[in-house]
Design a protein around this ligand. Sequence first.
Ligand code: GLU
Length: 311
Amino acid sequence: MVDLQHIVDDLAERASSATERGRVATYIPQLAQVSPKHFGIAIVTQSGEEIVAGDTNVPFSIQSISKVFALTLALDKDGDGLWRRVGREPSGDPFNSIVQLEYEKGVPRNPFINAGALAVADVILSGQSPAGAVAQTLGFLRHVSGDETLQVDQAVAKSELDHGFRNMAMANFMKAHKNLENRPEDTLWVYVQNCAIAMSCRQLARAGRYLAWDGRIGPGGAPVTSSQRARRINALMLTCGHYDGSGEFAFRVGVPGKSGVGGGILAIVPGHASIACWSPGLNEVGNSLLGTEALEELTRRAGWSVFASNP
Ligand code: GLU
């Protein structure tokens, strides 16, 4: 029997003494204020038990992890129609790359690069106000995490909007290709608000349960999406969830995962666990350095790689 508490205690202890911690994102100035010293990890298991170590109650900016939840909502709204507007292939490019958009005529490679997430935000926005669209994402996250206190960190959102010229360029470019229905500034606003939602590791691990249990909040729990949809979102997390580091994450950690530049990673072990890890320092491709290392060790010691024949 694997002692998960022992493993996460080890991981937190090792992280506390790590000297190489990566670099905190600075292109969103508010994120640069966060101390690189934080580390937290939270696991929700099949029995609903929560196993935690480190800073698991400190809220952080979930940033691109929000793209997983927004994708769930957009698929529930538009079904397979979404795939006319965004692809399902890894990009092999950085998260904010604009180059592919030009030669692929405004259709982003996948829903987890910024351009793809703008298309997803646009789907959610159509037919409602920007504030309504954000309330829908926040409401979904409150529901799946069972926590009504979740909020958008408006200081982070403002900081990103004040500096979001690349994302604005992508939104305009997609509009020129008729791949945005709404005003680019409204779609960008919705996207940025979603990214600025603040959550702790505990809250995020709870929110990921529906991906670990076929669309249900825990085994036998309330369904929030179909099992096929949960499975497909996991597939996209595995292949595209870490930008141009996605292959490396699959190789080292071996489970679906989605990172954010706030230093969080949501990792899903289908049928076994939903895991949230946070350490703000990033590696060279923008994924949490210590978070990736911790998850690599956790999945190895727990036997959780989806590529192994573990029970
Ligand atoms: N809001 C961030 C951006 O658009 C998200 C990037 C990320 O977390 O990877 O740049």
